[in-house]
Design a protein around this ligand. Structure first.
Ligand SMILES: [Ca+2]
Ligand SMILES: [Ca+2]
Ligand SMILES: [Ca+2]
Length: 164
């Protein structure tokens, strides 16, 4: 009987790892949430994602980037004033060395728009998908408020999500 219970809870956990929470979009082994109605600065955006047990999106491959660009085009109209979407990259620790803030990994893939990053006025340490550049990447003042994208990796889905 105990084994059955164990098996049941194991299966339930396994099922939860293949499903995204309501409102999120699944791609590969991640779920993405495009937050357009509460534009935040970069740090607040990261905090918002963490509160949802996720991270400000980290883009490891061209395929993931292409998916996000297409989704960004779909969602950008929800907030006409936004510069684009914050992503989880920063060079605030060492200027010019870009890293993903949650995983701590240096960029292995990047898709900077031509001429960027430029660290304009020596005050741009946060990366975003730049609306004016077809959602290629730009570095921006971290204090600017804009839409952002959270990423939830399915293996890391907490069991709390079961039943939602
Ligand atoms: Ca990712
Ligand atoms: Ca910088
Ligand atoms: Ca810039």
């Amino acid at each position: 009987m105990l084994w059955l219970l164990f098996l049941a809870s194991f299966l339930e956990g396994a099922v939860s790892q293949t499903q995204c929470p309501h409102g999120w979009t699944k791609w590969g082994m991640s779920c993405y949430l495009f937050v357009t109605h509460v534009p935040n600065d970069w740090t607040e955006s990261q905090y918002f994602c963490h509160m949802l047990h996720s991270k400000l999106v980290e883009i490891e491959t061209m395929e993931e980037d292409n998916f996000l660009q297409l989704q960004a085009i779909r969602h950008v109209h929800e907030n006409q004033k936004t510069f684009g979407f914050w992503i989880g990259g920063t060079d605030a620790v060492v200027e010019g060395e870009w890293m993903w803030i949650t995983s701590g990994q240096n960029f292995t893939y990047s898709n900077w728009a031509p001429g960027f990053p430029d660290d304009y006025r020596k005050n741009e340490d946060c990366a975003h998908l730049f609306k004016a550049e077809h959602f290629e990447w730009n570095d921006e003042d971290c204090d600017h408020r804009m839409s952002f994208i959270c990423e939830l990796t399915l293996e890391e889905t907490p069991l709390v999500v079961v039943g939602k």
